[in-house]
Design a protein around this ligand. Structure first.
Ligand code: AMP
Length: 241
């Protein structure tokens, strides 16, 4: 059995479809990092960086942060050595401009060996991006978003469907669970508006450009969704196990 190299994987879907939850499971399963642009931006906001200050108001309103800022942030992150065997992009690309930028970036820049020993082995094969669209009915998404609670170390619960053992406390790290400010119902509708106008065309872009698109029903038990993602990824990478 040859080693499975996941390469770059995009998890696409509306707010609340389970991208973050599934990306974390894939990270554990495949040993590649989850790169969530939402998490990176929240980190910037917490640290009061220039980018964080610019993004703050837009994020609170459920609007998208400008493409150039997010693209630069992703470019920086993709230079980290942990992305070599692949990575899961969660929440990116969210606009056609971001999708086109990513294709261009991966084709021309990412993947250059910086280590001289590695460079001497010649060019590394670059795997193309594959996109997996998680699909969940919009009625279910509202409950998922408004019920979502997060622990200090990023463990995700839902007070309706996946509550912690003790109310408001993380089973794993013991921290108090909090709700994201943009998970309130009013902001959810704003985020869905941004999704329909700007991100739905990105899904069509991957569906219609090249043979690199898979769709997974996300309205099932966590394990079943993970299993479907895994087999979709294996199929797209022509991996037989
Ligand atoms: P998320 O955690 O993916 O739901 O993202 C939270 C918020 O961060 C979004 O509502 C946007 O304001 C911002 N954001 C995250 N990813 C992107 C992106 N790829 N492009 C623009 N804004 C983004």
């Amino acid at each position: 059995m040859t080693e499975f190299v996941p390469g770059p994987v995009l998890l696409l879907g509306a707010p609340g479809v389970g991208k973050g939850t599934q990306a974390k499971r894939m990270m554990a399963q495949f040993g590649i990092p989850q790169i969530s642009t939402g998490d990176l931006l929240r980190e910037h906001r917490k640290n009061h960086t220039k980018l964080g200050m610019l993004a703050d108001e837009l994020m609170t309103q459920g609007k998208l942060v400008p493409d150039e800022l997010v693209n630069d942030m992703v470019a920086d992150r993709l230079l980290e050595p942990d992305t070599k065997r692949g990575y899961i992009l969660d929440g990116f690309p969210r606009t056609l401009n971001q999708a086109e930028w990513l294709d261009e970036y991966i084709t021309h820049e990412h993947g250059e060996a910086t280590d001289p020993a590695e460079a001497a082995q010649g060019p590394q094969p670059k795997l193309p991006v594959v996109a997996i669209h998680l699909v969940v009915d919009e009625r279910v998404l509202l409950e998922r978003i408004t019920g979502r609670r997060i622990s200090l170390t990023g463990n995700i619960y839902n007070i309706y469907t996946n509550p912690p053992k003790v109310d408001g406390v993380c089973d794993i790290d013991g921290s108090s669970l909090t709700q994201r400010a943009d998970d309130r119902e009013e902001v959810f509708y704003e985020r869905m508006k941004a999704f329909d106008a700007l991100t739905a065309p990105v899904i069509e872009y991957y569906r219609t450009h090249g043979n690199r698109f898979g769709e997974v029903d996300g309205d099932r038990a966590l394990e079943e969704v993970s299993e479907a993602i895994r087999s979709t990824l294996f199929r797209m990478r022509h991996y037989e196990g």
